[in-house]
Design a protein around this ligand. Structure first.
Ligand SMILES: *Cc1c(COP(=O)(O)O)cnc(C)c1O
Length: 314
């Protein structure tokens, strides 16, 4: 499935690889190249552009006029979906976790401005969103609604990211480099791992706190997607421990200073929830001597800048 990927691979091939320099990289003799997927689209930032591509195509193929999906008040996924789907002439209904606040987040205001509908649901109901009887309440009657899971975390989403992996493998022209990216649902990690050469290391940096309740499900989800994509081999790994206080939490002092210094030194902006944790993880591992001198790392900048509006940023 989703094998006709010429259009998306061609788009992904246009994304520049940018070498960045910092004092700590130079000291450790590590080369860091950033794949600027944050530039792929203004609203469908970074990985969401790829994750939505085949999902929107599915809506068209199945004759769905309406898409429903899920997320929190600052969801990059809902933001990207609302922009992309309304542009494609599709109706969007966002199921938002938690009661309706007195004041909508800037993210949800944009979703609404682009024509997306908002349904606020209790955390209990939100937790049951995978149950058919719960889903039926939101989908309503008629067979013309496509349901896209939270974060675009499905096979279509992973297949989109596989196109990024394929394009990147071509751009690297056989040079040895390890790929690094942030992992939320792990869909992007799975797609990239399936797209690059089966020997190339692909390292996912989870933004969630490590724990048995998180680690096993995330690893098995990535494994399942890689398998479903039919990859003959894939060399991926999850590197836990760089959540910097937890998902969506305000960064602690050390992380905040790193954020400030990194942006000042490289001129790259980071989002607080995902890419900040990715580069914090890379920085921490470089300090620990995890990679030998001369290693080349390619970090995928998955975008997410709209989320900066909900945070105190450097
Ligand atoms: C959604 C998102 C991720 C996580 O992607 P997964 O495929 O869920 O792992 C990473 N970075 C940014 C900026 C995102 O918005």
């Amino acid at each position: 499935m989703f094998e006709d990927d010429t259009v998306l691979v061609a788009r992904a091939r246009q994304i520049p690889l940018q070498q960045v320099r910092t004092s700590w990289l130079t000291a450790a003799g590590i080369q860091l190249v950033v794949r600027r997927d944050d530039l792929v689209d203004a609203a469908q930032s970074g990985n969401k552009y790829y994750k939505l591509f085949f999902n929107l195509q599915q809506a068209q193929l199945t004759g769905s006029r309406r898409i429903i999906s899920f997320g929190g008040a600052w969801s990059n996924h809902l933001y990207a979906l609302a922009a992309a789907a309304t542009e494609a002439g599709l109706e969007v209904q966002a199921i938002v976790r938690g009661e309706m606040p007195a004041r909508l987040s800037a993210c949800l205001q944009d979703v609404q401005r682009w024509g997306g509908g908002l349904t606020f649901v209790s955390r209990t109901a939100y937790g049951r969103k995978h149950l058919p009887e719960q889903l039926a309440q939101w989908v309503g009657q008629g067979g013309t609604t496509l349901v896209v899971p939270e974060g675009g975390a499905n096979l279509a989403g992973a297949a989109g990211m596989r196109c990024l992996g394929r394009a990147l493998e071509e751009q690297l022209e056989g040079r040895p480099a390890q790929i690094c990216l942030a992992a939320g649902t792990g869909t992007s990690l799975a797609g990239v791992a399936a797209g690059v050469s089966g020997r190339r290391p692909v390292l996912g940096f989870p933004v969630l706190r490590a724990g048995l309740r998180e680690e096993l499900p995330l690893a098995s989800r990535v494994h399942e997607l890689v398998t479903q994509l039919g990859a003959k081999s894939a060399n991926w790994r999850l590197l836990w421990g760089f959540h910097g206080g937890g998902y969506g939490r305000k960064p602690k002092a050390a992380l905040w200073h790193f954020w400030q210094d990194f942006e000042a030194e490289t001129g790259l902006l980071l989002d607080p929830v995902y890419t900040l944790k990715l580069f914090w993880g890379i920085y921490s591992l470089v300090q620990l001597g995890y990679w030998p001198r001369g290693t080349c790392l390619v970090a995928i900048h998955t975008g997410g800048f709209q989320g900066r509006r909900g945070f105190d940023c450097p």
